[in-house]
Ligand binder design. Structure first.
Ligand SMILES: NC(=O)c1ccc[n+]([C@@H]2O[C@H](COP(=O)([O-])OP(=O)(O)OC[C@H]3O[C@@H](n4cnc5c(N)ncnc54)[C@H](OP(=O)(O)O)[C@@H]3O)[C@@H](O)[C@H]2O)c1
Ligand SMILES: *[C@@H]1O[C@H](CO)[C@@H](O)[C@H](O)[C@H]1NC(C)=O
Ligand SMILES: *[C@@H]1O[C@H](CO)[C@@H](O)[C@H](O)[C@H]1NC(C)=O
Length: 327
């Protein structure tokens, strides 16, 4: 009898914690290599501000139910992500295999034989044996002194395939690639990229690129999902709507008891995109993942899509002279 009660309790507890994870937090989607990725993750690009805030942000995020963290060698945050993961593994909140960790190859390491060493450096910073996803950050290649060179991303991709073969990453993908570049990559790739990580938000809806990637079975990870909404970007005189207090988004927010940021994140998820909002503010980290208990109607999705102006928040205009400039 006692045994039975104990058994029932264990079953109940397991069911409760599973329900928790589901209502929680982020659902997952399958990628073209059979792996699963949580559809919402935490971004960690700090754009020059103090990277040490990242450790706290990642710890808060993990406690709030995030299981997907996006970083890159160039962000200077890998080491802080690594410390947060170790802390949360040590205190029993997560196991390594619960987490989905993405990092990216910087533009100065595009030589085929540089990819594996660059990833090994990232793994050391992250204190990991393997990441879940490694991306070519940009199709554009730099020399160490910042000038462009013509190293071809098709050759870089062979280095990516080697990194996967060595087990240093489970999956490989690309970021900031345009349609032509993807088409060209697919011609010689042995392994297909699982995702293309690009800017998508109400002002840059990327309809064509999204459709193209869908046809190729490549998922889109939407970066800078909030577009011009955050104060840091809204103050730019050219920043387009919507802003945080946008009346259209606010009305939808009232209907669903959500704020305008949550409406925009839900919009991206409802388009079947994966997204990675960044925040270093604990209350925002928590509210940004609280978007799995409602869905927008098709009409609402269309209405938000009308904000499109093809306005880029991350333009990299200085790179126009590169042979592989994507925009
Ligand atoms: N592959 C690429 O080339 C590339 C390029 C850009 C970005 N990314 C990735 O995508 C991630 C997200 O993009 P992003 O950082 O450019 O922009 P974002 O996530 O759209 O916006 C981040 C900004 O929004 C603010 N914010 C977040 N949640 C908020 C909320 N609930 N209410 C009000 N403000 C809020 C943040 O402020 P606080 O932090 O102060 O709260 C921060 O200033 C990056 O961190 C990075 O991981 C990749
Ligand atoms: C990023 O940093 C640059 C230079 O400091 C600044 O002009 C820009 O507004 C910042 N962007 C964001 C989104 O904070
Ligand atoms: C930058 O580095 C490249 C490759 O090493 C070299 O060819 C080029 O002359 C350098 N340019 C400048 C301005 O230093």
């Amino acid at each position: 009898m006692e045994k039975f009660i104990l058994f029932s309790l264990v079953v109940l507890f397991a069911a409760a914690s599973e329900a928790n994870v589901k209502s929680g937090k982020s659902t997952t989607v399958a990628l073209n290599d059979g792996t699963e990725i949580p559809v919402l993750g935490l971004g960690t690009w700090l754009n020059g501000s103090d990277p040490t805030s990242t450790q706290k942000a990642v710890e808060v995020a993990i406690e709030a139910g995030y299981r997907h963290i996006d970083t890159a060698a160039i962000y200077g945050t890998e080491t802080h992500v690594g410390k947060a993961l170790q802390a949360k593994i040590k205190d029993g909140t997560i196991k390594r295999e619960d987490m989905y960790i993405t990092t990216k190859l910087w533009n100065t390491r595009h030589a085929e034989d540089q990819v594996v060493p660059a990833l090994r450096e990232s793994l050391k910073e992250l204190q990991l044996e393997q990441v879940d996803l490694y991306l070519i950050h940009w199709p554009v290649s730099f020399n160490e002194n910042g000038t462009f060179n013509d190293l071809d991303y098709v050759d870089t991709w062979r280095g990516m395939e080697e990194a996967k073969k060595l087990g240093l990453t489970k999956s490989i993908g690309i970021s900031n690639f345009n349609e032509k570049q993807i088409e060209r990559l697919l011609k010689s790739a042995k392994v297909k990229p699982v995702v293309n990580q690009v800017e998508v938000n109400p002002n840059l809806t990327q309809k064509k690129l999204i459709q193209f990637c869908k046809e190729k079975d490549i998922h889109i990870v939407a970066y800078t999902p909030l577009g011009s909404m955050p104060e840091s970007r809204a103050k730019n005189p050219n920043a387009p709507a919507p802003k945080l207090d946008d009346p259209i988004l606010s009305a939808m927010g009232e209907k669903y008891k959500k704020n305008t940021v949550q409406i925009v994140l839900r919009y991206l998820l409802d388009l079947n995109l994966i997204t990675i909002p960044k925040s270093s503010t604990p209350s925002r980290i928590v509210e940004n993942i609280d978007v799995f208990d409602f869905k927008l109607t098709n009409e609402e999705i269309e209405k938000i899509g009308k904000f499109n102006l093809d306005h880029r928040s991350v333009p990299v205009n200085d790179w126009k002279d590169s042979k592989y400039y994507p925009f």
